[in-house]
Design a protein around this ligand. Sequence first.
Ligand code: B16
Ligand code: MG
Length: 215
Amino acid sequence: MKFKGVIFDLDGVICFTDDLHYLAWKALADRLGIYFDRKINDRLRGVSRMESLDIVLERASRVYSAEEKIALATEKNATYVELLSKMRPSDVDDDVRRTLVELKEAGVKIAIGSSSKNARIILRQTGLEQTFDAISDGNNISRSKPDPEVFLKAADMLGLSSCDCLVVEDALSGIEAGKAGGFSTAGIGPAANFPLTDYALSTLSDLLPLVFFSH
Ligand code: B16
Ligand code: MG
């Protein structure tokens, strides 16, 4: 076995909440009279909530105080959590489920390493809450990706060192975080072709031979 553990980013790897983030940020931006579109939303991928708000406010006509920003982030999150309540187990692809089952059956430890403070809600809605051996998310870190903290904590929860784990990511900040922590990285979607990405995946199950066989 080449890797004893696999640490998965959540949004953009296990499931897709980009559209729900978009709708929630768009509702906030519309209320504030700030232009926001899907291209700007793409810049929020893998970025923390407060850093995302700063990007949304780049086009604002005035400066917002720290207190106002906390209130705006809370407002966006309330809309987002409401939208998450509509997520269902069918929102997770069969290929993703099969990949997780095969890893577990082979004795490979699996963890979540997500920036999201809503990771557990998403896992519950999609029926994956009991699937992972460890969940490291936005609630147990003090530094966001590209800092490696979220992945180092996940590896620690699994009882593994970073050189024994593969990090799977869809965002540049996540690939950078993985490399900074000493992990091998697999990129899917936009992250498949980043220079720091060790392995490009076109679908999640492409990681199975990487994990099971030495190269
Ligand atoms: P929340 P990941 C990230 O999740 C999302 O990609 C990013 O768009 C979001 O801003 C961030 O979580 C924080 O999410 O507002 O729910 O705490 O890709 O690291 O699983
Ligand atoms: Mg992601």
